[in-house]
Design a protein around this ligand. Structure first.
Ligand code: SF4
Length: 504
């Protein structure tokens, strides 16, 4: 098959720093307009030009690597692939990541597509795999490498080709949805065409609830216990761990978008005729509202919904009472569960004046946003690092929970800080278990404030910024007038660039 496409030279030479608009234009010129339109509709833009966290494609890569009998192949620049494979192994993937390298010639002449196609045929062995995932990174997407021309099925092995460019998918969280949605779509169409493989864990005697979003491993069991009095059971969560789990996930009575940014996945559940509920079972009020929504969507009788609430809510109330939080906390993250964590802490007694999430606003977090705003919290969707840091400086919290660069700045200011991702992914969030675990960690961390203050005063005379790392006695001093000279130089340069852009 001829995959030859005229590669715009700019796409070949650009990457994270190529500029979003330039890369998007290149992708459109290379025939990817439909893909770009879909990505822009599903994952609306934020205030910053490029992702401020890790390469977004990591989200898709991680979803593929966590599935049994699934091979994942990357198509992109070697530096991107190095970073992505490093990160995946850092997070314990223990799986091979396929890579189809390219150079200017294979990219421009269309040979890269042929190389990908050959790699897919070599990999798609039904004795080893149910599916082969191919992920186009920035340069192949901007160059129009047409993964949609790959065969859909080779000897029973499904072939899923997706474009996950950093200039089209703002966060790695949403990149999980790109692959999860593509897989759900494929599985839904298979199920519509005829019988499919029987899921290993199919529950046939009760209606089920599919939870959308990656959870701490104990959370599905906790949520299952909470919905059991309503006669409901848990379906496999999405992203799934195995291909045939996709069928049982789609077979649910209700899909619960606890991570509210899974737009493509939700589209597939809707196409399968499943009702969707938002928010999640956090804290007493959040859990009561969530059980009501799930029960109603699954047509459960009111007395059974009440029975579920009477069993779950006192235990959550007890766990919150055992770990009261007396602290002011700011929360920032890119996982999509930031609003749920904030609700839990507010119920535990915390003052949470600011929540920033890198994820976009969708209707599935509306209830959480309304609840938080009613409790005095400012909610910033698509928050940039600058907004998160400004909020922290403004609020001066007892604990800042956020991304790595925010935590670093907090510690420099003597504010105890926690990395959101590690904290949330290492602890339950829902039900009584979440109330106990997440409230307990805050109590422990805020006790460290005085220690941080002592550290800041101890290091007070050590260099910071460009002088970091110098001892107490030899912190370098700027040559007299140097800063002023450089400021004037920068201003003159910016002025010249602006005049050139205006053609004057
Ligand atoms: S694939 Fe990721 S690392 Fe590579 S250029 Fe795009 S955003 Fe950057």
């Amino acid at each position: 098959m001829d995959g030859t496409v005229a590669t715009p030279p700019i796409a070949e030479a650009s990457g994270c720093h190529g500029g979003r608009e330039t890369m998007q234009e290149a992708a459109r010129a290379a025939g990817k307009s439909e893909t770009m339109d879909r990505l822009l509709a599903d994952y609306p833009r934020g205030p910053h030009d490029q992702p401020q966290s890790m390469c977004p494609a990591f989200g898709s890569l991680r979803v593929g690597l966590r599935m049994r009998r699934t091979a994942t192949i990357l198509s992109g620049s070697a530096c991107c692939v190095y970073g992505l494979t490093f990160t995946s192994h850092f997070y314990g993937a223990k799986r091979t990541v396929g890579y189809v390298p390219f150079n200017s010639e294979t990219l421009v002449k269309g040979q890269l597509y042929e190389d990908i196609r050959n790699a897919v045929f070599e990999t798609a062995k039904p004795e080893y795999y149910d599916a082969v995932v191919v992920i186009n990174l920035c340069v192949p997407t901007a160059s129009g490498v047409p993964l949609d021309r790959l065969p859909k099925n080779i000897d029973g092995v499904r072939i899923i080709g997706i474009d996950v460019p950093g200039f089209g998918v703002p966060t790695h969280a949403e990149a999980k949805d790109v692959l999860a949605g593509a897989m759900l779509r494929y599985a839904r169409q298979e199920a519509e065409q005829g019988p499919v493989a029987r899921p290993r864990t199919l529950i046939e005697d009760r209606p089920t609830v599919s939870v959308i979003g990656e959870l701490f491993p104990a959370d599905p069991m906790g949520v299952g216990a909470m919905i059991a009095p309503m006669g409901l059971a848990m379906a496999p969560q999405v992203p799934t761990r195995e291909w045939r789990d996709l069928y049982s996930a789609l077979d649910c009575a209700v899909a619960a978008a606890v991570h509210p940014f899974y737009t493509a996945s939700i589209r597939e559940f809707r196409a399968a005729g499943r009702p969707i509920v938002g928010s999640g079972p956090v804290g007493v009020e959040g859990t009561a509202a969530w059980l009501d929504s799930v029960g109603r969507a699954a047509n459960v009788a009111a007395d059974l919904i009440d029975a579920a609430k009477s069993r779950a809510l006192p235990a959550i109330q007890g766990a919150l009472a055992a770990c009261p939080i007396r602290a002011r906390i700011t929360i920032s993250g890119y996982e999509g569960s930031e609003l749920l964590v904030a609700r839990l802490w507010v119920e535990a007694g915390a003052e949470v004046p600011y929540v920033g999430t890198a994820c976009p606003r969708t209707e599935w977090s509306d209830a959480d946003r309304d609840w938080l705003q009613a409790h005095g919290t400012f909610v910033q969707y698509r928050a940039s690092l600058e907004q998160d840091v400004a909020a922290m400086r403004d609020v001066q919290p007892d604990l800042a929970v956020g991304t790595t660069p925010l935590v670093q700045q907090a510690k420099e200011m003597g504010i105890p800080a926690l990395y959101f991702t590690n904290m949330v992914s290492a602890r339950p969030l829902f039900g009584p278990a979440g109330a106990g675990a997440l409230a307990g960690i805050v109590a422990a961390q805020t006790r460290g404030r005085e220690r941080f203050a002592r550290m800041v005063s101890f290091f007070d005379r050590v260099g910071t910024g460009e002088t970091a790392g110098h001892g107490f006695a030899d912190v370098p001093k700027d040559p007299p007038g140097a800063r002023d000279r450089y400021r004037k130089l920068r201003e003159a340069k910016a002025k010249a660039a602006a005049s050139q852009a205006m053609g004057t």
